[in-house]
Design a protein around this ligand. Sequence first.
Ligand SMILES: [Zn+2]
Length: 124
Amino acid sequence: MVRCMHCRAAIIGRVSGFALFNYQRPQFCTACGSPYPWASRDERVTRILTLLAESKVREGDRLALKEQLTVLRHVAPDQRTEKLQVAALKALQRVAPEVWTASRPVITSIATSWIRHELKLPDA
Ligand SMILES: [Zn+2]
């Protein structure tokens, strides 16, 4: 795979140092923000939290959201957890709309169909 499956942008790796040994396969498309298939769930959730950390959301709100969003790290074993995940994502939508927009492709990629339906996200 050399292109993003969503926007067709070329996958550009970072080469650090002088040798190709240090080639780091990127996890997310730099053009549209979609995760590549090999990005793990944990890396995807970390991406959302990084976007939140880099945002201008006020500290108190940011910390509360961060706490709430950690529920995304778990694959929902039951609908109770799924409801917590929806609540966390709705809070993100409300309190930090710019972070919500930037992380939408990542959120869509980890959401179950029920969560996508609740949040009116397109089918991945
Ligand atoms: Zn892309």
